[in-house]
Design a protein around this ligand. Sequence first.
Ligand code: PLP
Length: 389
Amino acid sequence: MTDHLSTQCVHAGEIDDPNGSPHTPVYTATTFKFPNTQAVLDVVAGRTVKPLYTRYGLNPTLLSLEEKLAALEGAEAAWSFCSGMAAESALFMAHGRKGIACLGDAYGGTLELLRDQLPLLGIPTHLLLGDELDQLETLLRQGIGLVFFETPTNPALELFDIRAISELAHRHGALVAVDNTFASPVNQQPLALGADFAVHSCTKYLGGHSDLTAGAIMGAKELLGPIWGWRKNLGQAPAPETAALLARSIRTLPIRVRQQNASAQAVAEAMHDHPQVERVLYPGLPGFRGADLARRQMSGFGGMLSIEIAGGGAAATAAADRLRLFALAPSLGGVESLVTQPCTTTHYGLAPEERARRGISDGLLRLSIGLEDPADLIADLKQALAPSA
Ligand code: PLP
């Protein structure tokens, strides 16, 4: 019988420490001793998995974390990384060389990597927006190997159908990777819906306290196999101290995310009725365009929402600058609420027409809801949006 997610978050992967520590200790060692040469050879030849060298990921703290990461997504295995971008780049190197289609809006760094760097290595990349999905089948017929997308997307909270896209890609022999950072495994399980990989910036909800940078890929062992060498030789494994901090944070992931879901819903509803707000983008609002799909493939709607301020860019900037509890910072998923105006941060690099095509107006503010009392967050937004403020 598989334990529930909350139980897995606490117990999965924890080693049985001889000194009685209730959780896996931090092994800062870079290398590990063996009783004899045969034992070294067994690990080097891949016959057994044992601590060997930390950069290889063969460190007890990392191995323990990876069991927990795999359990989160119901995966056979997981690799941990020193950042979300490290995880994505290793995935693209291992499985994207025949071509990658990225659907919808993605994190700015992902878009830059796909648009500017991977083509320099001869890797064909295709950025399709939500209204261009009819082109996906043509690309699949041409033989691209990997379909990658976020759902919900950043910052417009667009939803993509994981099951339908996975079925289409698999019919053509391509793999599917879902960046599950925004939803977190508490709200969405891409592998159970048919995707081959769940990818995370653990810097966000999994870390949860805005104090660590890490990444992860979860999936079947066979598909993770080719990624291992890229991580090892590009030096992308996380530091043991970071791995331990991440495991510590994952133990409280479900309780944090469920509160963030509830608070974001309350904030979304309050903003929906606010005269200074033109649009609220949140999958948990009944009128939202992706609400039906969200109900089908998510068990909670997450702690991220975007609001479009009446009066455009200048009004949104003024409101963001007046917020007291929301910190003006371009990240997400932590215990503290954050606000960012995408046209000044995450999507600054896109031309205004390109932002408009993606539904990112200058008046859009992205909110990451933390663990403060939602009544205080709503009061803060109301004072920042008051016409006389
Ligand atoms: N994926 C998403 C959805 C993100 O928001 C980010 C960062 O903001 C990344 C990936 C990249 O993660 P990292 O900053 O840990 O490299």
